[in-house]
Design a protein around this ligand. Structure first.
Ligand SMILES: NC(=O)c1ccc[n+]([C@@H]2O[C@H](COP(=O)([O-])OP(=O)(O)OC[C@H]3O[C@@H](n4cnc5c(N)ncnc54)[C@H](O)[C@@H]3O)[C@@H](O)[C@H]2O)c1
Length: 308
């Protein structure tokens, strides 16, 4: 094939540069508009929402809220008792719910779960990868088993659930995947070295997945992604929080966090932090050179002391 004359390829690149700039400006204006006028929350009363780790903490609170909004909630947990308690609360509030005991680290069990849920409840439209654990101590005090278990639950569990539920979403070009990362997935925190690694990984998985589907030749625009990055939520997961300025880095009750998670899912936000102002604080921190960021972190003096 004859090579394109240099002048033509130069003009082509120039047009591409102009087009890229115009698209960027459009996206910035759209984001500014959305900041002032948030998107309308979507109805979820026809949705089947599957939540891992629904037997306690934020997972339970999110399950209760979605059930109140009329969604059919599929509660997944390794802790059958906690999960049944969540279902009881859903039923008491006249909601629709199902429970399945499943360990998200067991890929085979997760694949079977997907088939069972589809047969017995229907196709999952919103998947919330919430199950997670958080051992908290200096990195050299973590055993090999603790680190492997942490990565299996917090990272691989997300991947198995995605592999199990994404294919049906792709077939329908419709669905929503939600992941619980953490502020520990946006900044390093002492005593949480493996946990931070796992939560950075969750954000990486979500970003890469969104990009991969964006480049997929099929139409995948109907599949949405939301990543949630809470700081400290009072579920019992963080035993020894150290807070210097409560107004700046406050701990949040699970119900309050769940309200924000449900709102973010319904408005199809790409990423949220809890509390929300940490989103901008974190962006400002990232403008500084690494030593500057550490000076600010030392001043704010917040973090977690070891659990044992
Ligand atoms: N609580 C916080 O301060 C905080 C902050 C940031 C991020 N997060 C993240 O939010 C998510 C929920 O946190 P939480 O505080 O509500 O936790 P939680 O401990 O209250 O509840 C977690 C639930 O996950 C379940 N679970 C654990 N391992 C599982 C497995 N292998 N398979 C299935 N279920 C399993 C537990 O049984 C439990 O019911 C976690 O991913 C956590 O890392 C929590």
């Amino acid at each position: 094939m004859a090579e394109e004359p240099q002048i033509i390829s130069a003009i082509r690149i120039l047009f591409e540069v102009i087009w890229t700039h115009l698209r960027l400006i459009f996206e910035i204006l759209k984001a500014l508009f959305r900041f002032v006028v948030p998107p309308t929350p979507k109805e979820v009363n026809e949705d089947i929402i599957l939540i891992t780790g629904a037997g306690h903490g934020m997972g339970r609170e999110v399950a209760l809220r979605f059930a109140k909004l009329g969604a059919t909630v599929v509660c997944i947990d390794i802790n059958a008792k906690g999960n049944e308690d969540t279902l009881k609360m859903i039923k008491q509030a006249k909601g629709k719910g199902f429970t399945y005991e499943c360990d998200v680290t067991d890929r085979e069990a997760v694949m079977q779960l997907a088939q069972k849920v589809e047969r017995e409840v229907g196709e999952v439209t919103i998947l919330i990868n919430n199950a997670g654990i958080m051992p908290c101590k200096p990195v050299l005090r973590h055993s090999e088993k603790e680190i492997r278990t942490l990565m299996d639950i917090n990272v691989n569990g997300n991947l198995w659930m995605i592999q199990a539920f994404l294919p049906a979403m792709l077939e329908r070009n419709s669905g929503h995947i939600v992941a619980m990362s953490s502020m520990a997935g946006k900044m390093g925190l002492r005593n949480l070295v493996p946990y931070c690694g796992s939560k950075y990984a969750v954000r990486g998985i979500m970003e890469a997945l969104a990009l991969e589907l964006h480049e997929d030749p099929r139409d995948t625009n109907g599949i949405k992604f939301t990543t949630v990055c809470p700081y400290i939520v009072n579920t019992g997961l963080c035993h020894n929080p150290r807070i210097r300025f409560a107004g700046l880095m406050k701990t949040v009750e699970p119900g309050e966090a769940a309200d924000q998670i449900v709102d973010a899912v319904r408005r199809e936000y790409h990423e949220i932090t809890i509390p929300s102002d940490l989103y901008y604080t974190n962006k400002i921190f990232n403008l500084f050179p690494p030593a500057g960021g550490r000076i600010l972190t030392d001043f704010i003096g917040t973090g977690l002391d070891p659990h044992d």
